[in-house]
Design a protein around this ligand. Sequence first.
Ligand SMILES: C=C(O[C@@H]1C=C(C(=O)O)C=C[C@H]1O)C(=O)O
Length: 366
Amino acid sequence: MDKLDEYRQNIDKIDKEMVRLFEERMKNAQNIGKYKEEHGLPVLNAGREKAVIEKAAANLKDKNLAPYTEDFFENMMRISRKYQADNAGHAVKIAYFGIEGSFTYEAVLKYSENLLSVKPVGCATTEDVFRLLLNDGADLAVIPFENSTTGAVVDVYDLLCKYDFYIKDEIFLKVSQHLMAKKGVKKDEIKTVYSHPQAISQCKKFIDFNGYNAIPYLNTALSAKFVSESEKTDIAALAGESAAKIYNLDILAANVNTDLDNYTKFIVLSKKFDKNENADNNSAVVSLDDKTGMLYKLIKIFKDEGINLTKIESRPDHKNPFEYMFFIDFDGNIDDENVKNAVDKAKEFAKAFKYLGNYKRRSVHS
Ligand SMILES: C=C(O[C@@H]1C=C(C(=O)O)C=C[C@H]1O)C(=O)O
């Protein structure tokens, strides 16, 4: 028996033991999942995960293995969380854009800290997310809405007009894009980068400086997966850190977005309108007749009710070329007298007025 066979035999023995321990660990995770369900606790416990990783690293004899151990435990706990959610009877199904490792997936994780069990269901396109919610394949949906560097995620604005869903919450996430490629690939070998068009725009300076050919792809995490599965060694993806971990890619250049303070706002959508006494922000989409002073009159309705209008964004009205729809946000709870009045008056005044929801305003620090 040569050395290679001997090492492999050792690994086979270790794997057998690891499978036994893995099964035992998962059984305990399942019990913990049941306990959480009975006691109304969320599956994810970030503090506990941090402690598990620190303990594992501290138990190492060879400290050089620390980053690999972290990776190993992060992945194992992700699997353990998924197992708990898959086994939960009352998990909230959340449709989201992308696959594990996408920024929207991260937003789902952040949102699910406040929920019991969550089953994230990935979708390849933003419209697939809307369709899944429409066809009862999900209870809620999470979708990117606006980025602090590149602005509106335009197709989502259009989909909000096409489908009748309500915005139930918002989630802010700091977004850092990294250049990542298969293990062993050097940065100067890269000629082509793949990513979502939003990520490509966020990293435009970096792409131009390096002379890369940028190819738009469905999603950041899907581009990372594509690179990991490709035979080519001159391609890379622009995606987040967790995509690099999940798809086993090396980060060749970190934080390559032009604006380092780069945030994305995600929205949580629901089919039904739930009243929320803490809600202090309203969204609506309005279209007006193309006549002098119409926008002024709309704004005046809110001013006369003493309501702060916090956003106006115009988007092309696809049914009427070169006419526009106005996406507005305004302060207050829908049960406030002045908010009710303003909404009633705006509905009467506008050519079309679609109320999009009443939810708690969050900030990039929340
Ligand atoms: C198993 C638990 O659930 C999750 C999974 C963990 C794990 O696999 O170790 C740790 C924390 C939780 O995010 C737990 O809460 O202990």
